[in-house]
Every structure is written in C-alpha cells, then in structure tokens.
Design a binder for this molecule. Structure first.
Ligand SMILES: C[S@@+](CC[C@H](N)C(=O)[O-])C[C@H]1O[C@@H](n2cnc3c(N)ncnc32)[C@H](O)[C@@H]1O
Length: 285
C-alpha cells in the first residue's frame, strides 16, 4: 500500500521537539504539547503532497539552503492561525477612530496619518482601519491623508489580502451602510473592496521577529492583535519594546486585550480605557 493511503506515523517526542523549535526559532510561535496533533497533521499533509514519507528527511529538506526557504514559505502558511474578520475587536477599532477624530478636531494632526497592521492575515484588519480613517477624514470634509502598512509572515494570506476580494460570509455581518460604501458585489457573488480604500493599504511580507531590521516611517498607530499570544512572554515584551521605536511621539500602540501582561516602558503610558489595551508614546520634550 502506498504511504499516502496509510495513517501517518506519530511524531516521536524528539521529532516534535525538533519541529517545534524550528517554528519558534523562525516565527516566534510556541506550540504547546496539545498542539502536537495539529503540527503532525499539517506537516504530514505537506509531506504527502511532495510524496515524502520520512519526517527527518523532510525536515532536512526544509532547512536546506534556498530551496529549503521556498519550502518553508509553503509550510509556515499551514502552521499559522490566520483567523480574522472585519471589525474584529470593535472597542479597539473605535479607540483608533476616536484618536484620529481628536487630532482632527484639535487641529493637531501633522502630515499624513500612518497605521501599521502587524500580522494582518488576509487583510480584513487593515481594510477595517482604512475604512475608519476614511470615515474620519470625510466626516471632517478633509482630503484623506493617510496610509496603512500591513505585514504578515504568510504569503498565501497576503495574496488574498492584495486581491481584496472576499466571500459573502465575510461581509454579511457588516452594517449594510458599510457594505454598500466600501464593497462592490461581483457577478460571482463575492465582494470586492473599494479600489480607493485598497490603494491606501500597502501589503508586505515581513516576519515580526525581524522588526529591528524594518526600515520605514514612524507610525501614528501600530495595531497588533491576535499575534503576540502565540509568543513566549519575554518575546512579547521584546517586540513591544521594538514597536515603541517605530512610533511617532504621541503615537499609540494597540494590542489585543490581555495579550501582553506586566509590560511597561519609560516612553509609554497606558491609555485609560477599560476594554482596550493601548499605550501612548509620550510626546518628545
Ligand atoms: C490570528 S491572525 C490575526 C489577524 C489579525 N491581526 C486579527 O486580529 O484579526 C495571526 C496572523 O499573524 C501572522 N503571523 C504569525 N507569526 C508571525 C510572524 N512571526 N511575523 C508576522 N506575522 C506572523 C499569521 O500569519 C496570521 O496571519
């Protein structure tokens, strides 16, 4: 019987440790022992596609030079959780809306308003932020002057994000006026994001572990939700520290509620909001 029809052999403890270490070293993602079946399923599915039968041989293939990097790009997409939705955490989105609205009202907005969505998955989060910023500028009858940078480690997720086309189930929970304003229904029933909104969002492949190597402009808002939870506590803190260096004075860092505990930074103060975990960078003195 060929291997593809047989049950996959179980990962040994040693093999599980080896694969987990690779995932953590390269992507920061720390698997618990309960996720062994998940890891095994994803790895064996990929091995089947390649006609490979031996975990160790496949491991060597993944870590071998340039071709290994290409294989890694395929595998990592299978190992990350990409769940997301439009307006996923409303209080955090409303916090960003209020933050920009205040700057518009107080006339303290200087230059363009820049947001970075870190771990943007298939694009729902950065497009949501783009809708909110667009709303704020049009309410104030100002020309929209903003940009959204959206990064993720999964090339497949970025492909969906760049297409800006979503199935009906992804948009049906949106308020009808939002759907009408920012989406067009295609003949095949899918929904396409408004082109003007789309051109405001720049998608890039990036691993947040390499944050210190990321060039680019400082941000008014860094929005990072449902990503740091997969990392060890010390790594969450390191990345939070690095985020601070990418913020403009007065800029805000918004993370998922409860995703980072016991973190503080001399340049940051916690925003006094109950259901949002946000930190404001102190203005330069
Ligand atoms: C659960 S999704 C969250 C999506 C969105 N932020 C939200 O809250 O709805 C987590 C995303 O983080 C990405 N990710 C995981 N590890 C990463 C890393 N080391 N660097 C960049 N992105 C990563 C995954 O590919 C995935 O798209």
């Amino acid at each position: 019987m060929i291997w593809s029809l047989q049950a996959a052999p179980d990962l040994t403890d040693k093999q599980f440790a080896q694969w987990s270490k690779l995932l953590e070293d390269r992507a920061g993602i720390c698997l618990s022992d309960q996720q062994r079946v998940f890891l095994q399923t994803q790895v064996t599915m990929r091995m089947r596609e390649l006609g490979q039968t031996d975990y160790s041989q496949y491991y060597n293939r993944v870590v071998d030079g340039v071709s290994g990097m290409i294989e890694w790009a395929v595998l990592i997409d299978r190992l990350v959780v990409k769940e997301t939705s439009f307006f996923r955490h409303r209080p955090s989105i409303d916090f960003v809306r209020g933050y920009l609205q205040n700057q518009i009202n107080n006339k303290t907005l200087k230059g363009s308003f820049d947001i970075w969505s870190v771990g943007c998955s298939s694009g729902e989060e950065p497009y949501t932020l783009s809708m909110v910023l667009n709303d704020c500028f049009s309410l104030a009858q100002l020309d929209p002057y903003y940009g959204v940078i959206a990064t993720d480690i999964s090339r497949a997720a970025l492909g969906i994000a760049r297409s800006g086309v979503y199935p009906q189930r992804k948009v049906e929970m949106l308020e009808p006026h939002v759907r009408q304003r920012y989406f067009k229904q295609l003949e095949n029933g899918r929904y396409q994001i408004d082109p003007e909104l789309k051109q405001r969002v720049c998608f890039n492949h990036a691993n947040v572990l390499n944050i210190n190597e990321m060039p680019g402009i400082d941000q008014n808002v860094i929005f990072c939700q449902n990503l740091l939870i997969y990392f060890r506590r010390w790594l969450r803190h390191e990345i939070m520290n690095a985020f601070v260096d990418h913020l403009k004075p007065g800029g805000v860092l918004v993370v998922g509620l409860g995703e980072v505990v016991d973190w503080s930074h001399p340049d940051m103060v916690r925003a006094p909001v109950d259901d949002v975990q946000a930190y404001i960078r102190k203005a330069a003195v």
